[in-house]
Design a protein around this ligand. Structure first.
Ligand code: RUB
Length: 355
């Protein structure tokens, strides 16, 4: 069996919720559009199928789509019998699927840089790199989970937005849920408020599913209830993931994050992002330089094909928003919790040459 195929058994022993793996010469992924009602496994045999799976949100979350970059480039190497030209073309296709999350771009670049030589030599170099990246992503989740859990006290209520969890990462808990899961496994009695996350409902469909799987008490709220909950003293801390953190600490995350951060500041509630050094992009100076993906507005005027607004209604769907650094209490990473001033502290803590 190839080393990349052995990973799945190794990972499954760890009670992970794997979003994607490699088996029988193909990529397997859980179709997240069907969660929580079905855990349907899809088989991906070409790069165009993988690109379509990312664009259509069958697989999503910044960590998980980064991992698609590792599996995808390995698949391209195998399918092309080790052609560096075809591997590079596959990389360009994958990078064009979703513009905001930086992990996909960075992982593809790391993988393509290994695609030198040709034939079996190229394939095995690329496979080795993919295995390294996949193990690294999982290690990040345990490490940032441990740092983040130190911030969570016994008895805390923690609010999160969208889904920053196992199915959106390497399988332990992605980013925000790694913090929450670690605190729970440490025996802390915590309660999570999960925002449903209109219009795609990642919070209701996927975060609530994972919290249920991991046995973590939780309450589902609609996004517009967060201000009420904060004003009533129901929320002690907020932990969200991020699709990209700029060099100055501004972060892009699922649309709605910014309004939660504003309300948190008004109520003096600590607001953290849990992320990894891989999501910090020193080439992006500030949030203004982050491209926010605009998705099809029919995702706002319909739900699963059922209209939710009068026919012809004009709608807008920015998929992410930018939370400025001044609203962020700390950035939880696998190297520790980083606080303001981010321009200097991010560079100090993160050795950018390693990511
Ligand atoms: C997912 C989303 C998540 C981030 C952060 O958006 O915004 O909050 O990816 O998660 P989408 P993480 O569902 O549109 O991909 O930091 O765990 O990757």
């Amino acid at each position: 069996m190839r080393p990349i195929e052995e990973l799945v058994n190794h990972f499954k022993e760890k009670e992970l919720a794997l979003p994607i793996w490699f088996e029988g010469g193909a990529i397997k992924l859980i179709d997240q559009t069907k969660l929580p009602f079905e855990e349907e496994v899809c088989t991906i045999t070409t790069i165009s199928q993988l690109g379509e799976a990312i664009s259509s949100m069958m697989i999503r979350g910044s960590g998980a789509i980064g991992i698609c970059g590792a599996y995808g480039i390995f698949l391209a190497a195998l399918n092309s019998k080790g052609s560096s030209k075809e591997v590079r073309e596959a990389g360009e296709l994958l990078k064009s699927t979703r513009p905001t999350a930086v992990n996909l771009m960075k992982t593809v670049d790391e993988m393509v840089a290994e695609a030198v030589g040709s034939g079996d030599e190229l394939i095995s170099r690329v496979e080795k790199k993919a295995v390294e990246i996949l193990n690294r992503q999982l290690d990040f989740e345990y490490q940032l989970g441990a740092y983040g859990a130190e911030l969570i006290n016994d008895g805390d209520t923690v609010m999160t937005h969208c889904h920053s969890g196992a199915f959106g990462g390497a399988g332990y808990g992605g980013r925000a849920i790694s913090v929450i899961r670690t605190a729970h496994e440490q025996g802390k009695n915590i309660h999570v408020y999960t925002c449903e996350t209109r219009p795609y409902l990642q919070g209701a469909r996927i975060t609530a599913l994972e919290l249920k799987k991991f046995g973590i008490p939780h309450t589902l709220i609609t996004d517009n209830m967060s201000g009420f909950c904060m004003s009533e003293g129901m929320i002690d801390k907020i932990v969200v993931g991020s699709d990209r953190v700029a060099a100055n600490g501004d972060l892009a995350n699922k649309v709605g994050t910014y309004m939660h951060a504003l309300a948190a500041q008004a109520h003096n509630i600590p607001f953290y992002t849990a992320t990894s050094s891989h999501t910090i992009d020193f080439n992006t100076r500030s949030g203004r330089d982050i491209e926010v993906e605009m998705r099809n507005a029919t995702e706002v005027t319909t739900f699963k094909g059922i209209p939710t607004a009068p026919e012809g209604t004009h709608a807008l769907y920015p998929s992410f928003d930018i939370t400025p650094n001044g609203l962020i209490t700390g950035i939880i990473t696998e190297k520790g919790v980083i606080s303001s001033p981010y321009e200097t502290n991010l560079k100090k803590v993160i050795d950018k040459l390693t990511v």
